[in-house]
Every structure is written in structure tokens, then in C-alpha cells.
Design a protein around this ligand. Structure first.
Ligand code: IMP
Length: 189
């Protein structure tokens, strides 16, 4: 089964396909950047995005909106994660957190997949808890991975991206979507 996934981020496609293959689903990248409204809710952005892309392609499609929530920064950058990564980078984020003690460096990644077929609009959420490291470590993955240490691990996702396949926010949201889609597709046949 092929599912169109509108994103400019090839890492998202690669990670989604790691999960998709377990369910016999192949995500095919299409590139229709949607205007991201200023909203603090990932779900709202993903829903608006998927409706926008559906209007363009007129086929069932998914988008994914994701980001990082840092407790010591009152949830920042949240839905502004891509913008903050571009403007501040990991060094800038670490600088904002330079006085934050180890025990308060908690945060989480969140991923929301939104599916729309012209009638049914559904969202699937995944999160992974972790800590923000004190320096950049490793260069695997993308975005905040070099400063994100998932709970229960010692290394950042940048040092060791392997656990992303099993425990990441995207693994969970995409897996929830895949479970839905397998049933949805049986109903359509
Ligand atoms: P968007 O979903 O395209 O708005 O962008 C989400 C942003 O959040 C990305 O550009 C990254 O900076 C960050 N992000 C989301 N998921 C991950 C991840 O798995 N690793 C590292 N950074 C991520």
C-alpha cells in the first residue's frame, strides 16, 4: 500500500518508512509546503496542513507536524521548533538553558500525523520523553537530535539514532496511523 506523505523533510520519510514497512505501507514523499499558522497546538497545524495539501492533490494524503517541548523554557520552541532551529540552532537553545540544572532539563518530542481523504480527518499523536544535554553530541538524525537524550538512555539521538526506530515520537504517531490505515483500507476494498 502506498500513502502520500507531504513533507520537505527526507528524514521524516525515512523514519516513517521504517515503521511503515512493518505494516506493508510505503510512504511516498510529495512536496506541497503548507502555510503554518501561528498556533500552539500541533494538532491544529497538522489538520490545517493536511486540508491544504488535499486541496492541491485531490488524493488522500498525510502530513506530520512535530517539534520539541522544553520544560525549562515553558514549552518553547513547541510548534515553532523548525523556526527556532533555523534561527537559534542547537547552540542557541543550549545557551538559553546554560543556567538550567541537570534535573530540570526535561523535555519531549511530539509528532502529530494528520490524514485526510476528503471526508475523514484523523490525527495520530506520539511523544517521547527525554532530557536536553549540556552540549551537542553526535551528528546523526536531524534538528534537535544532537541535544536530545531519550529517557532511559545515556546517549543523544545524534550519537545513537537506533532507538528512534523503536521509541521515537514519530515511530508512535506513524504506527498509530498504520494501524488505522490497515483497517481503513480493508473497509474501502
Ligand atoms: P515541522 O514539523 O516541519 O514544522 O518541523 C518540526 C521541527 O521540529 C524540525 O524542523 C526539527 O527542528 C524538530 N524536530 C521534529 N522531529 C524531530 C526529530 O525527530 N529529531 C530532531 N528534531 C525534530
Amino acid at each position: 500500500m502506498k500513502v502520500l506523505f507531504s513533507t520537505t523533510n527526507k528524514h521524516k520519510i525515512a523514519e516513517a518508512n521504517e515503521t511503515g514497512k512493518i505494516y506493508g505501507i510505503e510512504f511516498e514523499q510529495i512536496n506541497f509546503p503548507y502555510p503554518e499558522t501561528r498556533d500552539e497546538k500541533f494538532e491544529n497545524i497538522a489538520c490545517e496542513g493536511v486540508r491544504y495539501v488535499y486541496e492541491k492533490v485531490n488524493k488522500q494524503v498525510i502530513v506530520e507536524d512535530s517539534g520539541i517541548i522544553i520544560d525549562a523554557l515553558n514549552g518553547f520552541p513547541g510548534t515553532f521548533s523548525a523556526y527556532a532551529q533555523k534561527k537559534l540552532g542547537n547552540k542557541g537553545i543550549l545557551n538559553l538553558m546554560r543556567d538550567v540544572e541537570e534535573r530540570n532539563r526535561t523535555g519531549k518530542y511530539i509528532s502529530v500525523v494528520a490524514f485526510f481523504d476528503g471526508k475523514i480527518l484523523k490525527t495520530f499523536v506520539g511523544t517521547v520523553d527525554g532530557k536536553i544535554s549540556t552540549r551537542e553530541r553526535g551528528s546523526s538524525g536531524f534538528g534537535y537530535d544532537p541535544i536530545f537524550i531519550p529517557l532511559g538512555y545515556a546517549q543523544t539521538f545524534g550519537e545513537n539514532p537506533e532507538p528512534k526506530k523503536e521509541i521515537s515520537h514519530r515511530r508512535k504517531s506513524v504506527e498509530a496511523f498504520c494501524k488505522f490505515y490497515v483497517k481503513y483500507n480493508e473497509g474501502v476494498k
